[in-house]
Ligand binder design. Structure first.
Ligand code: 15L
Length: 266
């Protein structure tokens, strides 16, 4: 297999659970990390339970790793402190460890919420200024900046995946636009892992949905071609073609409900 050992963080999360099985095609061993219990290790797996906010833990976890799929951390809007621990401090630990252990490439689960404050009438590309829609989006923006720095400083390659909405199927009209089928997610990661030179790439992760908010022209070198589309679920959301229908914030802005979720104070 191409890699000896891939580290998958957030292995117990929504996408981590999918990748736990799918990453096996790419590495002899998949090392799985989460803060929560992951059950027993299956064939070809190693399990390391611990907190990304714990520096020594993260440094030890990286020993012997060739590539990282970083899907760990807080994945929705929350109070600043947990986001700071897992997504900001944790990311700093991760890149320190990546550098120390000479890991060549990181696939970083960023989010479309780094640009959630663009309006739903705008077409956004990877060179446009960030407009996060909450603390969560700000933390993902930090990850994009930190990984850029590690590329410029040390040549560590990262592909930042600005994932839309990756679920079994779209749950509302907005997700008809942001939907990323699991198979397309896996294909996007495969392209991100095996394209010979990626430098620091930012790519939007969606399937080939009828409506598009994001222009992936700056990531064409990845060769990612989505095979799925939200169109097969159009019947579930009869008025989704007219989205946004109303004039309230969650439909004006791409971030949808995230834009009004924060800030959450203690
Ligand atoms: C995200 O970034 C979240 O991780 C995910 O749970 C979804 O809510 C998604 O965005 C979305 O915008 O639908």
């Amino acid at each position: 297999k191409p890699f000896k050992r891939i580290l998958l963080t957030g292995a117990g999360g929504g996408l981590g659970t999918i990748l736990r099985e799918r990453a096996k095609a790419w590495a002899d061993v998949v090392r799985l990390n989460d803060v929560k219990d992951l059950g027993p290790a299956r064939e070809g797996e190693e399990i390391v339970i611990g907190d990304l906010g714990d520096r020594d833990f993260v440094l030890n976890m990286m020993e012997g790793v060739d590539a990282v799929l970083h899907f760990g951390g807080i994945s929705v809007e929350d109070k600043f402190e947990p986001i700071m621990n897992a997504n900001i401090l944790g990311l700093h630990h991760l890149y320190e460890a990546v550098h120390k252990c000479g890991v060549k490439r990181v696939i970083y689960a960023s989010s479309s919420h780094v640009v959630g404050y663009y309006e739903t009438t705008e077409l956004v590309d990877a060179t446009m200024p960030l407009r996060p829609d909450g603390f969560y989006g700000v933390s993902k923006a930090f990850g994009e900046a930190l990984s850029r720095y590690y590329y410029d400083r040390f040549g560590t390659e990262t592909v930042c995946l600005r994932i839309g909405s990756s679920f079994p199927e779209p749950k509302n009209s907005r997700m008809m636009i942001t939907y990323l089928a699991y198979d397309d997610l896996v294909e996007l990661i495969r392209c991100s892992l095996f394209t010979p030179r990626v430098g620091h790439t930012i790519t939007f992760g969606t399937s080939d949905n009828p409506t598009k908010w994001w222009d992936n022209k700056h990531a064409s070198h990845l060769g990612y071609v989505p095979k799925h589309s939200s169109s097969q679920f159009a019947g579930n959301f009869p008025d989704s073609a007219a989205y946004p229908a109303a004039g309230d914030a969650p439909t004006i802005y791409q971030g949808g409900p995230f834009v009004t979720a924060g800030p959450m104070y203690k």
